[in-house]
Design a protein around this ligand. Structure first.
Ligand SMILES: Nc1nc2c(ncn2[C@@H]2O[C@H](COP(=O)(O)OP(=O)(O)OP(=O)(O)O)[C@@H](O)[C@H]2O)c(=O)[nH]1
Ligand SMILES: [Mg+2]
Ligand SMILES: [Zn+2]
Length: 344
C-alpha cells in the first residue's frame, strides 16, 4: 500500500486531517498501535500515512517532533507571531513585553516576531524600543492590507502560532492573507464581555505567493502567568540584558554588588521600558504584584509582611522607576492619529 508524509492540521474526535505537500487533505484514523505506545498525536505533528482510499488513510507513524506546547496543544512550532493593535484595544507596552518574555521562556529558541495591527486607525512606532532586542516588528492593517507582503515573507514555509490579546485582529489578519478562508471574526462588543472568538486549535494552510505557510489562530496562550517561574531564566528572555559584564555571572541586575547594568545601559543603548518590564515581571514571578495592578499593589507588596522566601533579595522600587521613566517612554513611542482622507 502507498504511504506518504503529511502534517496533522485538525483533530476532530477520532479523525485526524492530514495535509500533504501538494496541499491535499486526507481524513485519517490513527493506528491503534501508535496510541497503545502512548504516542499522543498533536496538531502540527508530521506523520506517515498509509492511503486506504482516494481521500482516506491510516496514520502509521509519528515522525520526529522538534517541540510541543501543551496550551494550546500544538507541535513543531517554527515561530510565534505576537499580534497587538495600535488601538482598540489600546496598545499596552508592558503587556507586549510580558508576551515576549513568556513565550521566549516556554519555547526557547523559537523565533518570535511582533505585528502591530490596525495601523489604519492609528500609527504606532516601537522600533526604537526593540532595536536592541532580537525581535522584528511588522506594522500591518487587515483592513487596508498594508504590511501583508512583509508578513507573508516571514510566514512562508513555516508553522507560525499567532497569539496576542483578544480583539487585536489575529483572525482578521489570517483572513486578509488568505481571503477564501472561512474563519470567525469577532466584534469588540463580545470581547468586552470577555469572550474569546477563536477557540479550537487548527493549522491553517495559507497560500503565500504560491508557497504554503501554516498558521495557528489561537485564542492566545491561555494564561500569561509568571508566578514561581525561574528568575534567571526570565532574565534570559531579555536578550539585551544578558551578558552585560556584571561581576557575578548569576547577577539578576536587581541592585547586587558589582552589577554593571547602569553602565551597560548607556553603552548598549538599553531602553528603560525594557528594564522596567523585566523588573515588573520579576516582581510578578515573586508574586509581589500581578498584571493590571503594577503600581497600586506595590505598597502592599513591600509595606506588608515580606514573603519569607524573598527576605534576602534586593527590593524593586517600581513606583520610583515608573515616575522617572514615564516621560522617556512617551518619547520613544511615536503615536499618530491617522487622518483617513490623507491616506492613499
Ligand atoms: N480598523 C481595523 N479593524 C480591524 C483590523 N483587524 C481587525 N479589525 C477588527 O477588530 C475586531 C476583532 O478582530 P478579530 O480578528 O476577531 O480579533 P482576534 O485577535 O482574532 O480576536 P480573538 O479571536 O477574540 O482573540 C473585528 O471587529 C475586526 O473587524 C484592522 O487592521 N483595522
Ligand atoms: Mg480570533
Ligand atoms: Zn547585573
Amino acid at each position: 500500500m502507498e504511504t506518504i508524509n503529511g502534517k496533522i492540521i485538525t483533530i476532530l474526535a477520532n479523525f485526524y486531517y492530514v495535509q500533504d505537500s501538494s496541499g491535499k487533505v486526507w481524513e485519517c484514523f490513527a493506528r491503534g498501535r501508535l496510541l497503545k505506545e502512548g504516542k499522543l498525536l498533536f496538531v502540527g505533528d508530521d506523520v506517515e500515512i498509509e492511503l486506504t482510499s482516494v481521500k482516506q488513510g491510516v496514520i502509521v507513524d509519528l515522525l520526529s517532533r522538534k517541540n510541543k506546547l501543551d496550551k494550546p496543544p500544538i507541535a513543531n512550532i517554527d515561530q510565534v507571531l505576537i499580534v497587538f493593535s495600535s488601538c482598540d484595544p489600546e496598545f499596552d507596552l508592558y503587556n507586549l513585553d510580558r508576551y515576549l518574555s513568556f513565550i521566549n521562556y516556554e519555547l526557547p529558541g523559537v523565533r518570535i516576531s511582533i505585528c502591530i495591527n490596525k495601523i489604519d486607525l492609528k500609527k504606532l512606532d516601537i522600533d526604537l524600543i526593540y532595536k536592541n532586542s532580537e525581535y522584528e516588528v511588522i506594522y500591518a492593517s487587515a483592513v487596508n492590507k498594508k504590511g501583508l507582503e512583509d508578513l507573508s515573507k516571514i510566514l512562508v514555509s513555516k508553522t507560525t502560532v499567532l497569539t496576542g490579546p483578544s480583539g487585536v485582529g489575529k483572525s482578521s489578519l489570517i483572513k486578509a492573507l488568505s481571503p477564501d478562508l472561512d474563519i470567525r471574526i469577532g466584534d469588540l462588543s463580545s470581547i468586552n464581555k470577555g469572550k474569546q472568538t477563536t477557540r479550537n486549535v487548527n493549522l491553517i494552510g495559507v497560500n503565500l505567493n504560491n508557497k504554503i505557510g501554516f498558521l495557528v489562530d489561537t485564542p492566545g496562550f491561555s494564561q500569561i502567568e509568571f508566578a514561581s517561574m525561574d528568575e534567571s531564566r526570565i532574565l534570559e528572555t531579555f536578550n539585551e540584558l544578558n551578558d552585560i559584564g556584571c561581576e557575578f555571572a548569576d547577577c539578576l541586575h536587581l541592585g547586587e554588588d558589582g552589577c554593571n547594568l547602569e553602565r551597560a545601559k548607556i553603552k548598549n543603548n538599553i531602553v528603560d521600558s525594557r528594564i522596567d518590564s523585566y523588573l515588573a515581571i520579576i516582581s510578578e514571578a515573586r508574586e509581589e504584584i500581578s498584571y493590571g495592578s503594577k503600581i497600586e499593589s506595590k505598597s502592599k507588596a513591600t509595606g506588608g509582611r515580606e514573603k519569607e522566601k524573598n527576605k534576602h533579595r534586593p527590593k524593586i522600587d517600581l513606583e520610583q522607576r515608573s515616575r522617572s521613566r514615564k516621560k522617556e517612554k512617551q518619547e520613544l513611542l511615536k503615536f499618530d492619529e491617522v487622518d483617513d482622507k490623507n491616506e492613499d
